[in-house]
Design a protein around this ligand. Structure first.
Ligand code: GTP
Ligand code: MG
Length: 461
């Protein structure tokens, strides 16, 4: 490996601001060497015992900086696999910065975002998808997101991928052995065994791929857009869903001018809800821009709540938006709001052409029908199937792409067997599948992708 890791890095690992404690992390061959210059232990100045906390003071010459606990991790038994020192001081930004500055004076440089985890990966402490899981776990906003990331960090996805790779490697070497024997007509890899092996790999990969939609929903959440003509009650619904008076509600049509985004956790599933400017044709400059943003939000939506007003006549605006929403390739809920009021006879127009179960009668004012709406949102997001305990899910497009590519190679290997083609063609495809899967675990991931993955981490992780 060409990566130079003989320098020592440091960073504040806790978030900026004031807290009970803050941790400064140092990793690399000079970790203890640097720290010992600024640390005055109660006991002695030899390295403390590995994996034990040690009490003392950080000193700037004769000046005390902070009273700290220091933990030394002897290589390779640390997060990064290198020598690591963690200094736990009091949680104030000036203290941390002062300790960090002192370290920088002793030949240590500041760590880049994700550099600790990158070193852990390069030292084989975790594989690439586990490293990604670290970031996902930190950023998890819902219970499902947290759970899926924890499973991935634990190594469940890696295990699945490694099992498949092992089978591929075994078959590949048998085929390549056949090649070595050249002219002689030997078959080390029985074609029947190979066929059934590939079928089971295919099954396993398809299973994984089928979890991607749920996995993506768990990790990233669902972009849900509420759209409808002015004054039907979109902002009232947003407020009702998030149980906060977030958006301004008035009886003046055109109240909402800009899109408003709020997060909602529905029993573990994250929804990013956008309330939009009501759509109508005659409007001023500001409102026109609002309407432009409404269309942009609709284009990016994973799900749409279309809304009309039960008490009002059916207007061309209702009709137009309904048409464009129905063309969108995403699930849509047709809500008839204000059912607490006397319904207008026009409302029957909506029921023509839209499946009954997709029409939801609600009142953002009284809360009627909202629970049903919430349950529908959740079950549609997860295609009716919540991630069960212990299930391995694919959450990233990068992983799904790799699995798809592996499946193509496996398919083409099967075709070659069917056509009685020679070993090298089959072996080539098995190698292709191996390489694709290796991108998930990191064996074959190109450097630029590695760098991009780690740059998304926070500093100190
Ligand atoms: N009776 C009744 N009134 C409602 C209901 N939902 C909203 N309203 C009223 O309808 C009016 C418009 O509500 P908003 O939530 O501001 O409507 P909007 O769709 O966001 O309107 P714009 O931002 O102008 O597009 C307000 O006076 C609300 O109090 C409901 O379910 N029942
Ligand atoms: Mg509004």
């Amino acid at each position: 490996m060409t990566h130079m890791m003989n320098d020592t890095i440091a960073a504040i690992a806790t978030p900026p601001g004031i807290g009970g404690i803050a941790i400064i992390r140092i990793s690399g061959p000079n970790a203890w060497n640097a720290v010992k210059h600024i640390f005055k232990s109660d006991i002695s100045n030899t390295a403390p015992e590995s994996h034990h906390a040690c009490h003392g003071w950080i000193m700037n010459g004769k000046e005390p900086v902070d009273e700290v606990l220091l933990t030394w991790f002897e290589a390779p038994n640390s997060y990064t696999g290198e020598e690591v020192v963690e200094v736990s001081g009091h949680g104030g930004p000036l203290i941390c910065q002062c300790i960090l500055d002192l370290l920088l004076n002793h030949g240590i440089r500041t760590a880049e975002p994700g550099e600790f985890t990158k070193r852990a990966f390069l030292n084989g402490k975790l594989d690439l998808n586990q490293a990604e899981a670290v970031a996902d776990l930190i950023h998890a906003k819902t219970e499902y997101a947290r759970r899926v990331a924890a499973y991935q960090l634990e190594g469940r996805l890696s295990e699945r991928i490694t099992t498949i790779r092992d089978t591929l490697i075994r078959n590949c070497s048998l085929l390549e052995l056949e090649l070595d024997f050249g002219e002689e007509d030997v078959e080390f890899a029985s074609r029947n065994d190979l066929k059934s092996g590939l079928i089971s790999i295919q099954k396993s990969l398809n299973e994984l791929l089928s979890t991607f939609n749920r996995g993506r929903v768990c990790r990233d959440g669902i972009r849900l857009v509420i759209a409808g003509r002015p004054n039907v009650g979109k902002s009232s619904l947003l407020n009702r869903l998030i149980e906060k008076e977030r958006a301004i509600v008035t009886d003046v049509p055109g109240t909402t001018r800009d899109t408003i985004e709020e997060m909602l956790d529905i029993e573990g599933v994250l929804f990013v809800i956008t309330d939009t400017a009501g759509l109508r044709s005659e409007s001023g400059l500001v409102e026109k821009e609002g309407i432009r943003r409404t269309y942009a939000a609709l284009n990016a939506a994973d799900m749409i709540i279309w809304m009309t007003d039960a008490s009002q006549p059916w207007l061309p605006e209702d009709e137009n938006l309904l048409l464009s929403v129905r063309q969108a390739q995403v699930p849509c809920f047709y809500t008839v709001n204000k059912i607490d009021l006397k319904p207008h006879p026009d409302i029957s127009r909506l029921t023509q052409g839209i499946p009954n179960q997709d029409i939801l009668k609600i009142s953002a004012l009284t809360g009627q029908g909202i629970d049903t709406l919430i349950q529908k949102l959740k079950s549609t997001a997860l295609s009716g199937d919540v991630p069960h305990e212990g299930e391995t899910l694919i959450t990233r497009a990068r992983h799904a792409e790799a699995v798809r590519s592996a499946l193509n190679h496996v398919q083409s290997a099967q075709d070659s067997i069917k056509k009685n083609m020679s070993q090298e063609f089959i072996a080539l495809d098995l190698r292709g599948a191996l390489e694709a899967l290796g991108c998930i675990t990191g064996q074959t991931t190109p450097d630029d992708i590695l760098n991009q993955i780690f740059s998304e981490f926070c500093i100190g992780k």
